[in-house]
Design a protein around this ligand. Sequence first.
Ligand SMILES: O=c1[nH]c(=O)c2nc[nH]c2[nH]1
Length: 459
Amino acid sequence: MSQYRTIYHGNFIHTPTPAKLEVLHSALVCVGPEGVIEWIEEDVQGEMIQDISGRYGIDLLDGAATAAVQVVQIPQGEFVCPGLVDTHTHAPQYPNIGLGGALQLLDWLEQLTFPEERKFADIEYARQVYGRVVERGLGFGTTTCCYYATTHVEASLALAGICLERGQRAFVGKCCMDRNCPHDYVETTEDSIQDTEKFLSAILSTSSSSSKSLAPLVQPILTPRFAISCTPQLLSSLASISKTYTPPLLIQTHLSENLAECDVAAELFPDSKSYAAVYADHGLLAPGTILAHCVHLSDEEMDLIRDTGAGIAHCPNSNTHLSSGCARVRTMLDKGVKVGLGTDCSGGNSPTIMTAMRHASDVSRFRSFVDQSTSSLSLAEIFYLATMGGATLCRLDQKIGSFAIGKEFDALHIRPVSPTLWAQKGDSEERLFERWIWGGDDRDVADVWVRGRRVAGSA
Ligand SMILES: O=c1[nH]c(=O)c2nc[nH]c2[nH]1
């Protein structure tokens, strides 16, 4: 943890609500030694910095004091925005990125995905892959990530350890699956539960925060793979485990991604009214539950998800790549369902939320062409999904996702340099932001901060 306060001066852009992109012009944002925002002032011209800091008890002229305060100028033509939140990805599948687009979900799992995940029994292989996954994610500006790992406890703990070491805020799940999987990549129900307990106690004992007032940066998330690969007993046991913690542990699973998958789920759980109801019936729908995909939900299922407080990780890149379908995100939002974005590698073929934002926009436009009755998502809504929306799914909306006093400083410094980003002198901040979202890439991500600590960046 830094000993210093840092005062950032420049333009900040965020979406505290989906309704509007908000620009904090020439803002002074003071980040304390623990990485928490202590105060914010807007419209501060350079010559006022000293005065305003003085009002907060910081004397920038006093040599001894200034040694403990750093002032960072964000030049005109650059800006700071909240870090990106990836609410659903599979770290062990990154070596398969780009493959499998000719397949649909169930064949893709069988032919490509399970064989790759099996390799994570080898801890050295796991460390090598996971190191690259986390490094690239941070470079793209993913400051918070919800990871599926594999069934292997040691490798899952290695992923958690790497996130902690590199400074990425993360939820890491040891994957649970006790049926309908290959004989050499499946667990017994008992092993799955026992290994989950082992994983939880190890991760909870190593990831505790260095500060009493801050939650651990890396936390466990219970991970029943999906209804098809879990027995009712396993689903219920994981729900019970979640509830033995205060607050209950987060849970992630897949729901209603592909029509063939929905048919199998209906056959396996004939007593449940719907696929979403399978999870509700086993106690798995709660405010900390993240449901990936949700492409083929009925209106009643959306209502059920909203009423339980669970949220949806929209993974548009994956849903197109695996020909799963186009999720009805406008309807979800209109109904008040929580939604965030996920890269879902390697169903998705891009590990950055920048691509997820672009595909979310495209998918919403396609839906609006076809449905006629729904409108496409605005730029502000898309960015909200990538930041505050994701934070809300992870129950971190009071801590990250936008800039406010008391929130932790998870942020990106954007300096437009990539050749696809045609920034022009005199561009307004909104215009520059728009150019970056649709035309920029990780070369423009000059600095990445998580909880105030610089963890990556191209600068
Ligand atoms: O996109 C997906 N990726 C997976 O690994 C998976 N497992 C079950 N359902 C899944 N969907």
